[in-house]
Write a protein that binds this ligand. Sequence first.
Ligand code: SF4
Length: 479
Amino acid sequence: MKKQIPIEPGDRYKDKCGVFGVYAPRRKLSELIYYGLYALQHRGQESAGMAISDGADLLVFKDMGLVSQVFSQNILQSIKGNLGIGHVRYSTTGSSYWANAQPVFGNFRSGSFALGHNGNLVNSRELAMELSRKRVKFNASSDTEIIARMIERGTCEDIIEAISSALGNVVGAYSLAILTEDRVIAVRDPNGFRPLCFGEINGGFAISSESCAINAIGGDMEREVNPGEMIILSADGCTSFQFTPQVSMSLCIFEFIYFSRPDSVLNGKSVYQVRYNLGARLAEEASVDADLVIPIPDSGFPAAIGFSERSGIPFGLGLIKNKYIGRTFIQPSQAARKIGINLKLNPLRDVIKGKRLVVVDDSIVRGNTSLAIVRLLYDAGAREVHMRICSPPIRHSCYYGIDMVDPNEFIATGRTIKEIENFLGVDSLHYISYQGLVDCTGIPKEEFCLACLDGDYPIACYDEINYEKLMLEKIVNEK
Ligand code: SF4
């Protein structure tokens, strides 16, 4: 029997986290936050949590698992309040265990607060060491815990000032949702690495990592939270101010390529439209004689449609994805792998057989999944496979919240495109050009982080970031 390469759920870069918050005194808060988190589930599947306040007391409920696993109907009915925040997590610093689930709880001199974070700090080691010297106790090993403990130590009376002051020492990527007894607060770092927006809903306001979650609860996105801006939702309505000057907009380009949902809007641009443009541009940059354009589901869909319409080659489905496999599914045993069970993708043999295929994917990180998919397609009878990729080759680490740290793991490190083509065994391979990618967004290059593509890092970071993680674990374990 032919040895099959398993398509591992973990063989792609990991989504980051999602934050959500609502101020709506006359609505069923826990349900609104539940549906908001449900719409952000693609951003993190390890744990989910929410914090809700009734104006006097603040309650945090969180656990490991998907949103639907963590919150039963009974739990939702028992959590009551007027304002709250929610979080879905994939770990980028700190291991995957309960204490690292969010929101993180904190005590402040004038009350309590809860904090949800999307992003990654690049000076967490330094901050953790400093707090440790001051005998601050940690409950978890995430960098979110560091932000919470720094806010707790604020000497100002007002928590807004304490948050601003704590963030003055923090360097890196952070989009935050913070809850106090009477306020929901949205904060975005001065580079705006991770998305964050706010909008109006019936009876109140919402903040969210992506606009799709505000739409999911019947609201409309008002605008993005600006880099360096803090937005406060309370009985006084919606107020905002710059807590620190905007340094430069450095939105992660992979939000457009892969992370965000296609029905979200980022920087005023539809994610779906940008992905469609990427496919159309690929058709211009690397046309090929072929019979069928197929996407790698799901993120390859809009680009494959764009490629098909620009090239005139028919669009079709060649691979069916089991959408219900998340990070929590039971990994197939070694024995099951040997007999070739592939749980994630199944080829449509009748569609593929004898065809010259254009296969459109968002990106290639380590290459194992692409290799497995190419094998599947040939085994299903494809005559030719031409891969078209919506990002340029990834050759540099990400320090801002995506799980891509070791460049030695990337297939493009130290390989030419021809060598990658040979490694994958495809008839042709083309990555979209760097300029093509930027052009397709309709946004100036200067407003993006493209560091994993060009090595040009918007803010200084430390090569020993893995060491930082180890130090954080050590500090927690020694407590
Ligand atoms: Fe996004 Fe790459 Fe920048 Fe990380 S390095 S924030 S993945 S563009």
